[in-house]
Design a protein around this ligand. Structure first.
Ligand SMILES: Cc1cc2nc3c(=O)[nH]c(=O)nc-3n(C[C@H](O)[C@H](O)[C@H](O)COP(=O)(O)O)c2cc1C
Length: 397
């Protein structure tokens, strides 16, 4: 029986060849122009040649002030399309589905790269800070820059920038779109009662706080083909007193679905701190699958497909999530950095008989032969090529 992790999944007119997804991960390898580079082509391309069904770009920023650092990749300019198209084309040629994430870092912009300390840029540093924006003029964490609270006209400009970003992603050939509405970034700063203190139409009650995310959904559906799916990455809970709870996310998911959004990418946290993966309030480090209960709750609360993400490392565990109907897709982040061949190893681990059948044949064929050499005592099993032409143990070409 084929493992569910290895089975296809269809959203709108796009069939993902399996359930294994490379999660969006910023690599800080663009220049200040936001152009994607050969580095990104090689980085994302290696996952396409390695069994992942769907491969997301890192968050592509819809305007320059929506970057987190000067090295973020962009989608704010038509010039961004060409290098991204090379990446999307390559991923498709390898049989995977090219997918793009778009977003705006909002109050978490103008910072150092993580490995430099993640501190807000300052006038004393080598890179000039820029004015960040948010729903509300409150820093997202102590010591962070105070954002400019967007006016209603400025909100509409950013909604339009998301629409333009989607159009460019389509032109670049991506088949799936994910909107970064999590981790304390701009959209999350509107959604969360801990981030949004507005009293106008874009704040106040739940409907007001959701309005920006829903306006963006409408803009995306005007600019992105009907046959291509859109996911929203949400911080399903804030993990903080007074913050978003899973019921809020279920309500949002239903509204998003009514506007043509196809699946929820279930993350959490980040509204009041630098770390998107956990909140200090939990007082515990995340463990394998720590966000899976959120995916489960959103999937069954909203009847929308979900993608689970967060410390999913073992293929057997990933398979169990799907078997238990707690998610439809499995996104892998750091485990893919640790082992770019994770999806191929997962396929082999879940294949009965531990075959290399799901590996690209130009690699799998050789590994199958090696496996026989390692495990069989019968010289016939070590043969490379036809019996009559080749003696056992002959050297490889
Ligand atoms: C280096 C790095 C960069 C990331 N960049 C993004 C990003 O661009 N967009 C996003 O939504 N999440 C981003 N994340 C979060 C991941 O997509 C993922 O949700 C998180 O790492 C948890 O999954 P994991 O435990 O499999 O890594 C990033 C994570 C890492 C480690």
């Amino acid at each position: 029986m084929t493992a569910k992790l290895l089975s296809p999944f269809t959203l709108r007119g796009v069939t993902l060849p399996n359930r294994m997804v490379v999660s969006p991960m910023q690599m800080y390898k663009s220049g200040p122009d936001g152009l994607s580079t050969d580095w990104h082509l090689v980085h994302l391309g290696k996952y396409a040649n390695a069994g992942f069904g769907t491969i997301f770009t890192e968050v592509l920023c819809v305007e320059p002030r929506g970057r987190s650092t000067y090295s973020d990749a962009g989608i704010w300019d038509d010039a961004h399309v060409k290098p991204l198209k090379r990446i999307a084309d390559f991923i498709r040629e390898q049989g995977s589905v090219p997918a793009a994430q778009i977003g705006h870092c909002g109050p978490k912009g103008s910072r150092q790269r993580p490995y430099e300390g993640l501190q807000p840029l300052s006038d004393e540093g080598s890179e000039a800070p820029w004015q960040v924006v948010a729903s509300t003029a409150e820093p997202s964490a102590p010591g962070y820059q105070t954002p400019h609270a967007l006016s209603i006209d400025e909100i509409q400009e950013i909604v339009a920038a998301f629409g333009e970003g989607a159009r460019r992603c389509d032109e670049a050939g991506f088949d799936v779109l994910d909107v970064h509405a999590a981790h304390g970034y701009l959209i999350h700063s509107f959604l969360s009662p801990l981030g949004n203190k507005r009293t106008d139409a874009y704040g106040g009650d739940q409907a007001g706080r959701m309005r920006f995310a829903l306006d963006i959904a409408d803009a995306l559906r005007r600019n992105w083909p009907d046959e291509k799916p859109i996911l929203y990455r949400l911080s399903c809970i804030d993990r903080m007193e007074g913050g978003l709870e899973v019921e809020d996310t279920v309500a949002l998911a239903r509204e998003l679905q009514a506007r043509g959004i196809d699946a929820i990418d279930c993350s959490s946290g980040g509204i009041k701190g630098p770390n998107s993966l956990f909140s200090l309030a939990t007082k515990a480090p995340p463990t394998q699958g720590f966000q899976v209960p959120l995916s489960d709750a959103v999937k069954h609360g909203s009847e929308m497909p979900t993608m689970a993400v967060g410390m999913i490392m073992d293929p057997e565990y990933a398979e169990q999530i799907l078997q238990d109907d707690k998610a439809d897709l499995i996104a892998v982040g750091r485990q893919a950095l640790f082992n770019p061949h994770w999806a191929l190893h997962a396929a082999r681990a879940l294949n009965e008989g531990q075959t290399f059948d799901d590996w690209p044949p130009n690699m799998g064929w050789w590994l199958e032969v090696r496996q026989r050499m390692l495990t069989s005592t019968n010289p016939e099993d070590w043969r490379i090529g036809p019996a009559a032409a080749n003696a056992p143990n002959q050297a490889a070409d």
